[in-house]
Design a protein around this ligand. Sequence first.
Ligand code: ADP
Ligand code: MG
Ligand code: MG
Length: 211
Amino acid sequence: MAAVDTAVLADWVSRFGTAVTEKRDWLTELDSAIGDADHGANMARGMSAVGEKLAGGAPGTIDELLKTVGMTLVSSVGGASGPLYGTFFLRMGMAAGAVSELDGPALATALRAGLDGIVARGKAEAGDKTMFDAMAPAVDAMDAALAEGSTVADAVTAAADAAEKGRDATLPLVARKGRASYLGERSAGHLDPGAASTAILFDTLAAAVAG
Ligand code: ADP
Ligand code: MG
Ligand code: MG
């Protein structure tokens, strides 16, 4: 596939909602170790609200679809992850524009705009033990794969692999952002919940693009 259209991205959003709902207990368990035990509930609630918003059919353009997702997450999730993922989808939509298809480079640009939105909002840097630590390597891997001539499907698969590695690499880190940072050294030895949901985000993107 040379391009990703609105239907594929709507399928991504739907798969992400299904996956965070299936993995709700695991995400909450991760958050109970270093946070307030609500990350699974936050993500499942937010994505279920998104599912209801999109139930009448996905909008025709990619910016409308992603803006709807982002605004719904911001307004339905109280925790840090709502505004952060909300901003990700809003910025991704703005970067995509009123189009119904994105080629590989345009998709990578839109994903990076989403990542930049998370940074603008939460100021996370590499190694702070946040969703950034899964997302930044994913977006970098996608750029690298496209630069080597990969198809968009292979590039998003490379992004998903990098997100998983980034998630796993949060295990030994001491948190410097978010609630987990209140624990100081005691946050080491646990995966970051937001990095875990971001790995799911890229895994479901790869699955949707693969069809
Ligand atoms: P809350 O911490 O408000 O209960 P969640 O539990 O839903 O919200 O989400 C926690 C996740 O949010 C963390 O695991 C981390 O990945 C992410 N996070 C928290 N603060 C930041 C930040 N400043 N920048 C990026 N990600 C953050
Ligand atoms: Mg929490
Ligand atoms: Mg909370």
